[in-house]
Every structure is written in structure tokens, then in C-alpha cells.
Design a protein around this ligand. Structure first.
Ligand SMILES: Nc1ncnc2c1ncn2[C@@H]1O[C@H](COP(=O)(O)OP(=O)(O)OP(=O)(O)O)[C@@H](O)[C@H]1O
Ligand SMILES: [Mg+2]
Length: 324
């Protein structure tokens, strides 16, 4: 029986903006179990980072309105004090940010920044430094012994991601949120970073929320997938189930847009249109205006979340009704 680590319940997040508000996340529900990789997939702007930052309680503050629950190890993180949250962050929940330069301090060497995290555990300085070098070797940093003395701007994108991962490893959190950890990297480096992430899960039973817009990537590493569209989680399920029976029209289109390995399988398809900014509260499926199957009801009523297979839920009016 899988043991639950994180559960989001009816999480909605609106940002106040000039022209009113923007519904960045709407009524999201999902669970991440211990030792599992849950991938969140969706196009740019669909709310993936907003969800991640809300779990860490790191939304900018001031212009967002949150409702719903973020339950981590049985406790609603939204009821935690600032101090309690600071203790949880890093030690119990770690995050690799979309842009590592934002989270590395430009004036300190990367080695000293990682050792700072280790020194929180009250080990002596030399021991901490030895551990940093070992961690840099674990994340396959080229020339690890020299690189600990580099400043963030002296490193390549892939090296910076490795520093972030080393930092995470030093804290060994129970939940790691990796927000697009490989987007800026070339394919070989991407594969190495994914291997490190998979290793983490296997060695330490770490649970990982892997955020990506790359559907191909999730097939290789994820146990379960959640597909987001315009702030909604439109489909969730085990990776094999989703790949065998993609049910939401958006999921199907995302999959068709995957680059094919052989040239005989036709051209890369892309999805027409773009993710809408939702600034008014009206019912209906947010994908309706891009959906090739949309019917009248799709434009007037919210689609219910239906169970369409084992551990497989899809929010579409037409799901399970007929073969599209
Ligand atoms: N602080 C903010 N204030 C107002 N709007 C915001 C803020 N942060 C994000 N948004 C908006 O919320 C929506 C979701 O943004 P978010 O960064 O969560 O998307 P994403 O799925 O992570 O996209 P990407 O793949 O490009 O990283 C977007 O329309 C974005 O413009
Ligand atoms: Mg993002």
C-alpha cells in the first residue's frame, strides 16, 4: 500500500493584476506518495510554478489569494507559522528552481553555499567541506575539486543545476520539487540530471514532484503524471495508463506533439492556439476553445472529474462517454 506524503485539496490561486485578477490555479487535487516521482506537465503559463511555490510558501506575497489545503505529512502547511515553514523548507521539502541563478548568491562560491546548508547540521567546517566535494562528485560535476571554488556566473547552466541538486542532496529532503530542472540543458546533460534524480528516489526513497513541459521526459522517469491546462489539472494517472489510454483531448494533443523517433511517422504536430489567461469566473472547460471535440456543454459547465481507469482521473465532459 503506498503511503501518502503530500496532498493538495481544492487548491486555487488567483493573482491580483491590473485588470482584475488572474486565475492561475483552479481547484487542484492530487497526491504524491512516498518514494514516487509525480510529474506535472503542461504548456508555459498553465500554473506549474505557481503550484510549486505555493507548496513551499514562496509565492511573492501581496498579490495572491489562496484557497484550499496543502497537506504534508498530515499537516496543512497553510496553517504553519513562518518559523515552522522555514524549518520544513530545505530539510523536509527542497526545491530546485526553474532558474538556478535566481537562487544562487552571486558573491559566494558555489562550494561555500552548499557547505552552509551542511553546517546547519552542526558539523565542523573541514568535514562540511569534504562533504561538499563528495556531493559535487555524486552529481558528476566535472572537475569537482576545482569547481567548488567557482562563482555561480563562472558555471554553465548544467553545472548550476548540479549545484542546486548537490544542495538538495546535502539536506536530503523527503519531498523534492524540481521545477523544469533540465529545460536549459542539452540532451546529454538532461539525461545525466534525470539519472541523478532517479538515483535520489532509489537510494533515499525521496518523493519527487517533477515539473516539465516535456512529455517525452516523463515517460522515462515518472511513476504518475498530472496534466495541467490553464490552471486546472485535467488528467492524472499512472504513467503507463496515461500513455496507453490518454483520455483528455489536451493530453492526446500533447502526446501527438511529441517528436517522433522515425522519419516515417510524419511531421511534428503542434497544438493550435495558446493557453488563455483566465481573468473572469465563468463556468465551462478552459480547453474548449482549442478542443477539436468541444460541444455546447463544454462551454457552459465545468467538466466533472471522472474516474476513467484504475488510479486514472480525467476532467472532460466527454470522457468515458464514447471513443473520440
Ligand atoms: N506574481 C505574479 N503576479 C501575477 N501573475 C503571475 C505571477 N506569477 C505568475 N503569474 C501568471 O500566472 C500564470 C501561471 O504562471 P506560472 O509561472 O505558474 O506558469 P508555468 O506553468 O510555471 O509556466 P512556465 O512553463 O513558463 O514556467 C501565468 O499567466 C503568469 O503570467
Ligand atoms: Mg514555471
Amino acid at each position: 500500500m503506498s503511503e501518502e506524503l503530500l496532498r493538495l485539496e481544492h487548491l486555487s490561486i488567483d493573482y491580483k493584476v491590473k485588470d482584475g485578477y488572474l486565475s492561475a490555479v483552479k481547484d487542484i487535487n492530487f497526491t504524491i506518495n512516498k518514494g514516487e516521482i509525480f510529474a506535472v506537465v503542461g504548456e508555459s503559463g498553465c500554473g506549474k510554478s505557481t503550484v510549486a511555490h505555493s507548496i513551499m510558501n514562496l509565492l511573492p506575497g501581496g498579490n495572491e489569494e489562496i484557497t484550499g489545503k496543502i497537506i504534508f505529512k498530515g499537516k496543512d502547511l497553510r496553517t504553519c507559522t513562518k518559523g515552522e515553514m522555514e524549518k520544513i523548507r530545505g530539510k523536509e521539502i527542497g526545491m530546485i528552481f526553474q532558474n538556478p541563478l535566481d537562487s544562487l548568491n552571486p558573491v559566494y562560491t558555489v562550494g561555500s553555499q552548499v557547505s552552509e546548508a551542511i553546517l546547519l547540521d552542526k558539523v565542523d567546517k573541514q568535514e562540511a567541506w569534504n562533504r561538499v566535494v563528495k556531493l559535487f562528485q555524486d552529481v558528476k560535476m566535472p572537475d569537482a575539486k576545482e569547481r567548488v571554488n567557482s562563482f555561480p556566473h563562472e558555471l554553465s547552466g548544467g553545472m548550476r543545476q548540479r549545484v542546486m541538486i548537490a544542495m538538495m542532496l546535502s539536506r536530503n529532503p523527503e519531498l523534492l520539487i524540481a521545477d523544469e530542472p533540465t529545460t536549459a540543458l542539452d540532451v546529454t546533460i538532461e539525461a545525466q540530471i534525470l539519472d541523478i534524480i532517479k538515483d535520489l528516489k532509489e537510494k533515499f526513497n525521496t518523493s519527487i514532484m517533477l515539473i516539465t513541459h516535456n512529455f517525452g521526459l516523463v515517460a522515462e522517469v515518472a511513476d504518475r503524471i498530472g496534466i495541467m491546462y490553464a490552471g486546472e489539472m485535467v488528467e492524472t494517472g499512472d504513467v503507463f495508463e496515461i500513455f496507453a489510454h490518454p483520455t483528455h483531448p489536451y493530453t492526446r494533443l500533447l502526446m501527438q506533439a511529441l517528436p517522433r523517433k522515425t522519419k516515417h511517422e510524419g511531421r511534428l504536430q503542434t497544438i493550435e492556439g495558446s493557453v488563455p489567461r483566465i481573468t473572469e469566473k465563468k463556468p465551462g472547460c478552459r480547453f474548449a476553445n482549442r478542443c477539436p471535440y468541444a460541444e455546447e456543454i463544454c462551454r457552459t459547465e465545468d467538466p466533472p472529474a471522472r474516474v476513467v481507469g484504475e488510479n486514472h482521473v480525467c476532467s472532460c465532459h466527454l470522457a468515458g462517454k464514447e471513443e473520440k
